[in-house]
Design a protein around this ligand. Structure first.
Ligand code: ADP
Ligand code: ZN
Length: 830
C-alpha cells in the first residue's frame, strides 16, 4: 500500500497581514494518530524556523506532493481547544467582517489562552526510580529529565531536551500514576489576595483650604481632589490613573491627610455576594401568551429569532427567566447578553436569584486568569447559563438552546475593534448552526430589527403595558426657546425647577440626565475668541472642575486650567457648554439640602464605584442622581418619581443618520426610569427642538409613530435597512498621504465597478472625507462609505478583499493603517 502524506493546515499565531493565510505542514509519523482539527501545535516558521504556535484548521492526506513541506514540531494540546462549530464560526467571522484569521480565533478563545497559557510539569514522586518499571523507557527518560531540571519544567522545555515529538501519552500515564502533576497556568495571572487602599482622613470641606497650602505639590493636590470625588481607592489604581508616584502619596500620609490600609482584594464583585432568592412570578396574560408561543421552538430546535417589543417595565426579564428554565429542563444551555454588566446589576441579581450557582457571569473586571477559569467551567459543562456583555456570545457551549439579547438596540453589542462584529449577527449564525433560538428584547428596538419583524423574518411580540400596577409616566416637553423669551436663561426651566423642589419635599428621588460629562465642554477667551484645543486631536478640551484641569475626551491628555489666554494673554476665560459636573454644581446651589450623586465615566473610573453609587441611590442616601447615558439602562428604583432630561438636543445634532433614532431611544429609556413604583412618575424633557418627531414620539412612548416617520427617510437617503453599508477608515500621520491613498482606493473601487457595468459607482462610493474628528492622537483620519446601491453586497466586499486584504501592500503603504467596518453603527467615523 502506498503511504499517504498527512498534512496539517494551520493558522499561525502572528498578527501580521502577510501570515494571515493557511499554511501546510507535514505531520510527523508519530503524531498522525494524535493530531486533530482544533489542536494547537508548534511549527517552525519562516526563514529562521522561528517556533510559532499554530492552530490546526484542517487535516488532509495526499498521495504525493510536488513541493517540499516542513514538518510541524509537537502538539500543545491533548484535545482540541477549538471545536468543529468554532472552526466554522472562525471562517464565518473572517469572511463576514474581513478580519484576520487570528483576530477571529481570539474571539472564540478567552484572552490569555492565546500564547500565554503554560503547561508546567511537576515531579511528585521522589522515589520514582525504584517504583517505575524498567520496560517503560519513555517514562523513565522523562522522569529523569524532570529530576535533572529540578523537579519542575514547562512542556516547551521538555520538548527541547527530548528527541521525540509526542510525549502527551507518556505524561498522561505518569499523571495517572501520580508520579507527576500537570499545572495549567496563565502566565499573566495575578495572584494578589490583598490590596492597599487609600482613604481620606479629613473632611471634604477642609480640602480646599489644605490645597491652598500645597502650592508647589501638584500631584498631592490632584490626589486630594481625586479622593474628594471618590472617597477611597486602591493605591495602585490611584497612582496609575493620576500617573503619580508613591512619594506624593507618602507625603500626604505623613501630613495625616490620608491613610493607607490593607484589605482583601475582591476582583469579582459578584463573588461571595449573597443573592436574594428571586422566586418565579405568575406570568400575566401578555407574558403567558408569549412564553407559550416561544416554548415549542425551544423543543423544535429551529433557528428562529423573536423580538419582544415591550415598554420599559413590561416584564421582559420574567419572560427571559421562564424561557431559560425551559431550556435547562430540556438539558440545553443558554446565553444571556446584557449591554454592560456594571450598569445592569438588577438583571444579574434576578438571574442569580432564580438559578443560583449554575451561572457564569462574564464581566470586564475579571482578570485573565479568572476569565480562563470561567471558560473552562463552560467548556466542561459545569454551568449552563452564561450572563455577560458582548463577548459572552462566544461562550463555548456544546448544547446551546437559546440566546437572549436584552436591550438589543444598544450600541455596545457592536465590537469597536477588529473583527467589528455585532453580537446579534453572531447569535444568528450560532442559531443556524446549532439549532438554537434567539430572543431579542427592547422597548426601543433598532429600526433594522423592527423592519425585519414587519417583514416576518423575525417573529414580533408586543408588550404594551407595564407588568406591575404602575403606569407609564406622563411626559412634558419644555420648549427652551420660550424659557429664553420669558427671560429665563438658567439651565433649568421653571417647570423642572419647581417639580424637583416638590419631589424633594415629598422625599422622592429624582434622576437628571445629560449626555455629556465634564464641567464645561469648551473653554474660550472672551477677548480674542481663542478656544483651547487638544494639541494631539482636532477637538476642544473639556473643563473638569473637580480636578481643576482640561481633558481631551479622545486621547486623554490633561492640561492645567489656564489662568491667562494662551493666545492673547487676556484674563477673561469663559467656560462654555455644560456637562454633568456643571449640572451637579448648579443643582447643589439651588437645593443645598439635597444629597446629590453623579454617575458618569469620571465618577466611575474606580472599580466597584458603579455599584457603590447605585447602592446608595437604592438605599435612599442620594436624593438626586445626575448622570450620562449610564443611568438610562435597566435601573428599576420604585422611589424615583421624577426624571429630567436637561437637554435632548446633544444627540439630535450629531452628524449621523442614526441621530434621530439614538435620541428617541435615549429619551424613551431615561423616561422609563420614572414611576416604577406605586406612584405615577413624571418626566420633563428640555429641548430647543420641541417639534422634532423623535422627541414627540418619545414623549408619548410611541414607537410606532417614530418608526413611521423615520423609515421613509432612510429609504429616501439610502440608509439601512434599505442598503448595507461598509465604512473604511484610513489612518496615518501625514494628512496629505492619508488623503491621497484613500482617494486612490476610492478611484480603484469605482473603476472596478464601472468595468463590470455597475454604473451607479458615484452613489456607491462616498468620499474620501475627513472623519468628524479629523485628527486623533496625532493621526489623521479619512473615510470611505460604501452603499450597495444596485450592486450585490458580496461583489462590493470582494472588491475590498482584493484591494485591501489580498493586495494591501500594493495599494496601501505600511505607514497607513486601515479599519474596515462592515455594517457600521456610526458613519461619522469615530
Ligand atoms: P422590563 O425588563 O420589561 O423592563 P422588568 O422585567 O424589569 O421589565 O419588570 C418590571 C417589574 O415588574 C419588575 O419589578 C418585575 O419584578 C415586575 N414583574 C414582571 N412580571 C411580573 C408578573 N408577572 N407579576 C408581578 N410582577 C411582575
Ligand atoms: Zn487629544
Amino acid at each position: 500500500m502506498k503511504k499517504e502524506i498527512h498534512i496539517a493546515q494551520v493558522i499561525v499565531n502572528n498578527n501580521s497581514l502577510q501570515t494571515d493565510k493557511i499554511f501546510d505542514y507535514k505531520i510527523p509519523e508519530g503524531l498522525q494518530n494524535t493530531l486533530q482539527r482544533g489542536m494547537r501545535v508548534i511549527v517552525p516558521f519562516g526563514m529562521g524556523n522561528k517556533k510559532l504556535e499554530a492552530y490546526i484548521m484542517n487535516i488532509k492526506r495526499e498521495e504525493k506532493i510536488e513541493y517540499k513541506l516542513k514538518e510541524l514540531l509537537y502538539p500543545i494540546d491533548d484535545e482540541p481547544i477549538i471545536n468543529e462549530k468554532q472552526i466554522r464560526l472562525i471562517v464565518w467571522l473572517k469572511n463576514k467582517y474581513m478580519c484576520k484569521y487570528i483576530e477571529a480565533i481570539q474571539c472564540v478563545l478567552p484572552t490569555g489562552i492565546v500564547n500565554k497559557e503554560k503547561k508546567t510539569i511537576c515531579l511528585l514522586e521522589e522515589d520514582w526510580a525504584t517504583k517505575c518499571y524498567k520496560n517503560s523507557k519513555n517514562q523513565v527518560e522523562l522522569l529523569k529529565l524532570l529530576e535533572d531540571l529540578g523537579g519542575k519544567a514547562t512542556l516547551e522545555k521538555l520538548y527541547s531536551r527530548l528527541s521525540t515529538n509526542n510525549i502527551n501519552n507518556t505524561l498522561k500515564l505518569l499523571e495517572e500514576k501520580e508520579f507527576i502533576k500537570i499545572d495549567y497556568e496563565i502566565s499573566s495571572r495575578v495572584k494578589i489576595q490583598t490590596q492597599q487602599y487609600v482613604q481620606l482622613t479629613i473632611e471634604k470641606k477642609e480640602i480646599e483650604t489644605i490645597i491652598n497650602t500645597l502650592k508647589n505639590a501638584k500631584r498631592q493636590r490632584e490626589i486630594l481632589l481625586f479622593l474628594k470625588e471618590h472617597r477611597e481607592c486602591p493605591v495602585k489604581e490611584l497612582l496609575d490613573l493620576l500617573k503619580a508616584n508613591r512619594a506624593s502619596l507618602n507625603a500626604l500620609v505623613s501630613k495625616g491627610y490620608v491613610t493607607i490600609s490593607e484589605r482583601e482584594y475582591k476582583r469579582d464583585p459578584f463573588k461571595n455576594l449573597e443573592f436574594k432568592n428571586f422566586p418565579k412570578l405568575n406570568p400575566n396574560i401578555e407574558q403567558k401568551e408569549i412564553i407559550d408561543e416561544i416554548k415549542p421552538y425551544i423543543h423544535k430546535e429551529e433557528p428562529k429569532t423573536f423580538l419582544l417589543h415591550g415598554v420599559t417595565g413590561s416584564g421582559k426579564t420574567e419572560i427571559y427567566l421562564q424561557l431559560i428554565e425551559e431550556v435547562l429542563n430540556k438539558g440545553k444551555q443558554g446565553i444571556v447578553l446584557v449591554p454592560e454588566i456594571a450598569l445592569t446589576p438588577q438583571t444579574i441579581e434576578r438571574f442569580y436569584g432564580r438559578f443560583g450557582e449554575g451561572i457564569a457571569v462574564l464581566h470586564s473586571n475579571l482578570s485573565e486568569g479568572e476569565r480562563f477559569d470561567e471558560w473552562r467551567r463552560i467548556v466542561e459543562g459545569k454551568v449552563n447559563i452564561v450572563v455577560g456583555a458582548r463577548s459572552a456570545i462566544f461562550a463555548p457551549f456544546n448544547k446551546l438552546g437559546m440566546i437572549i439579547i436584552d436591550e438589543e438596540h444598544e450600541s455596545t453589542y457592536k465590537s469597536d475593534h477588529h473583527p467589528k462584529y455585532h453580537a446579534a449577527e453572531v447569535a444568528a449564525f450560532r442559531s443556524r448552526e446549532e439549532g438554537a433560538i434567539v430572543v431579542l428584547g427592547s422597548a426601543t428596538p433598532s429600526l433594522e430589527t423592527y423592519y425585519r419583524g414587519e417583514k416576518g423574518e423575525v417573529l414580533l411580540h408586543t408588550l404594551a403595558k407595564r407588568a406591575t400596577a404602575s403606569t407609564l409616566p406622563e411626559v412634558e416637553v419644555i420648549d427652551m426657546r420660550q424659557e429664553l423669551d420669558h427671560g429665563n436663561t438658567e439651565i433649568l426651566s421653571e417647570k423642572l425647577f419647581s417639580l424637583i423642589k416638590e419631589n424633594l419635599d415629598r422625599k422622592k428621588q429624582i434622576i437628571l440626565f445629560l449626555n455629556r460629562r465634564g464641567y464645561a465642554t469648551f473653554v474660550s477667551c472672551k477677548q480674542c475668541g481663542y478656544v483651547v484645543k487638544c494639541t494631539h486631536c482636532d477637538i476642544t478640551m473639556t473643563y473638569h472642575k473637580n480636578m481643576k484641569n482640561l481633558q481631551c475626551h479622545y486621547c486623554g491628555e490633561k492640561r492645567e486650567e489656564p489662568k491667562l489666554c494662551p493666545s492673547c494673554g487676556g484674563t477673561h476665560i469663559r467656560y462654555n457648554g455644560m456637562g454633568t459636573q456643571k449640572i451637579e454644581k448648579i443643582i447643589e446651589g439651588y437645593f443645598p439640602n439635597a444629597v446629590i450623586g453623579r454617575m458618569d465615566m469620571d465618577s466611575t473610573s474606580v472599580k466597584g464605584s458603579h455599584q457603590r453609587i447605585l447602592e446608595s441611590f437604592k438605599n435612599g442616601e442620594i436624593d438626586i442622581l445626575v448622570g450620562t447615558q449610564m443611568i438610562s439602562k435597566g435601573l428599576d428604583f420604585p422611589n424615583v418619581t421624577l426624571v429630567g432630561v436637561i437637554s435632548a438636543d446633544a444627540s439630535l445634532n450629531l452628524p449621523d443618520f442614526r441621530a434621530s433614532e439614538k435620541t428617541f431611544q435615549l429619551v424613551t429609556q431615561v423616561a422609563g426610569r420614572a414611576g416604577r413604583g406605586s406612584e405615577k412618575g413624571k418626566v420633563v424633557i428640555q429641548t430647543y427642538n420641541p417639534q422634532h418627531y423623535s422627541i414627540l414620539a418619545a414623549s408619548q412612548h410611541d414607537y410606532d409613530s417614530f418608526y413611521k416617520e423615520e423609515l421613509p427617510i432612510r429609504k429616501e437617503y439610502f440608509y439601512p435597512p434599505f442598503v448595507q453599508l461598509i465604512n473604511i477608515n484610513f489612518i496615518g500621520k501625514k494628512e496629505e498621504e492619508v488623503y491621497t491613498v484613500s482617494k486612490k482606493i476610492a478611484n480603484n473601487i469605482k473603476y472596478i465597478l464601472k468595468s463590470k457595468g455597475y454604473n451607479k459607482y458615484d452613489e456607491i462610493v462616498f468620499g474620501p472625507n475627513p472623519t468628524i474628528i479629523a485628527k486623533v492622537n496625532e493621526k489623521y483620519r479619512y473615510q470611505l462609505l460604501l452603499k450597495d446601491i444596485d450592486v450585490p453586497y458580496r461583489f462590493l466586499k470582494s472588491i475590498l478583499k482584493y484591494l485591501l486584504m489580498e493586495n494591501r501592500q500594493k495599494f496601501v503603504p505600511a505607514s497607513i493603517s486601515l479599519s474596515i467596518d462592515i455594517d457600521p453603527l456610526y458613519t461619522m467615523g469615530i
